[in-house]
Design a protein around this ligand. Structure first.
Ligand code: SF4
Ligand code: SF4
Length: 330
């Protein structure tokens, strides 16, 4: 339970809490002690040196296997809407925010919330659609929606590659913002819907804009998507997904209790931080820092998008997909 509370605090923008050694489990204390022994320290440093001497993988190669599957998944999910509309297949009608899948109502949770607040009226089909979608994304980890379905995630990943390349050249600096901004905006968007009777967020959400553009054609709203990508390339890494998007946050709440998680094993970790470098939400990997893990095995927090990039970035296999409560790793 404490883990879930911490994970939701992290989702809301809270700084990762540094626990005192007294709060660590005996297994974790023992592993930390072991890693501090001079011989073990030397071994670890030698391994890190060895790793640094390997030809450095570029950011584009990190997590490439999972990335290929994710890109295929995003393309497939979004193309279903396009193909259905253009060929009148009636498999999926609508866009990613609200649709009907072979006749069943489907609604993005955040869109359903915005519509309900704006119209101050509970539409039963919307509830059915939101619950159905909620259960589906809960099963695979909540924010898995972000990295496996969201069309903006794909563009934003490309923008991130460009951003990191330019930063690597030393031409610009990144400008990290306060993560609590997303929580404040979450409330602001909800109040705007409630106060204006209009789903303000939907008109500026690149997720809805892109999804509708794919199905019904490009409109002037795409300029806004271009502006966001410009900000992400030249100023703030993953600006929208890290600091603004309430959709990601809504799915994050589901992720805090989802069956599919990323599991961290302290014993296998070298603490050199490759995973944190590739992660969209590196605060969830705080336990991978030296002497920070409070248990020998931990689940990564609610904000994790289950993208799998940390798994492949980690040279020692300390991170893996896992079904909560199951013995085996995926
Ligand atoms: S945070 Fe929002 S825009 Fe980013 S991937 Fe998730 S749903 Fe898409
Ligand atoms: S912790 Fe790993 S799986 Fe989760 S978002 Fe970060 S890189 Fe992706």
């Amino acid at each position: 339970m404490r883990g879930i509370v911490q994970s939701i605090k992290g989702l809301l923008g809270g700084a990762p809490r540094k626990q005192s050694q007294d709060e660590f489990t005996e297994a974790a204390r023992e592993l930390h002690r072991f890693k501090r022994q001079p011989e073990e320290r030397k071994k670890r440093i030698a391994l890190i040196r060895e790793e640094l001497e390997l030809p450095k993988l570029s950011f584009t190669h990190h997590g490439f296997k999972w990335r290929k599957w994710r890109w295929a998944s995003i393309t497939l999910i979004n193309m279903l809407f396009v193909v259905s509309f253009h060929y009148d297949v009636q498999l999926v009608e609508g866009a990613l925010t609200a649709s009907r899948f072979v006749g069943f109502h489907m609604a993005d949770l955040n869109s359903a919330l915005q519509i309900t607040l704006a119209h101050k009226h509970v539409v039963i089909n919307l509830v059915i659609g939101a619950v159905t979608v909620g259960i589906l994304w809960w099963l695979v980890g909540g924010r898995a929606f972000c990295s496996w379905a969201c069309p903006y995630h794909l563009l934003s990943e490309w923008a991130e590659m460009a951003h990191l390349w330019i930063v690597g050249k030393g031409w610009i600096k990144g400008h990290p913002l306060d993560r609590r901004m997303r929580t404040v905006l979450y409330v602001v968007f909800a109040l705007l819907a409630l106060g204006t009777g209009y789903t303000v967020f939907e008109s500026i959400s690149p997720v809805g804009i892109l999804s509708r553009a794919l199905v019904y054609g490009v409109g002037v709203a795409m300029i806004w998507v271009g502006v966001l990508l410009f900000i992400e390339i030249f100023f703030v890494r993953r600006f929208w997904c890290r600091y603004v998007c309430p959709i990601g946050m809504t799915y994050g709440f589901l992720g805090s209790v989802a069956p599919l998680v990323i599991e961290y094993k302290l014993e296998d970790c070298l603490h050199e931080g490759e995973c944190r470098q590739v992660c969209l939400v590196p605060h969830v990997l705080e336990m991978t820092k030296k002497s920070r893990a409070e248990d020998a095995v931990l689940s990564i927090g609610a904000d994790c998008t289950r993208c799998g990039m940390c798994i492949e970035a980690c040279p020692t296999g300390a991170l893996n997909f896992k079904i909560r409560g199951s013995g085996g790793l995926l």
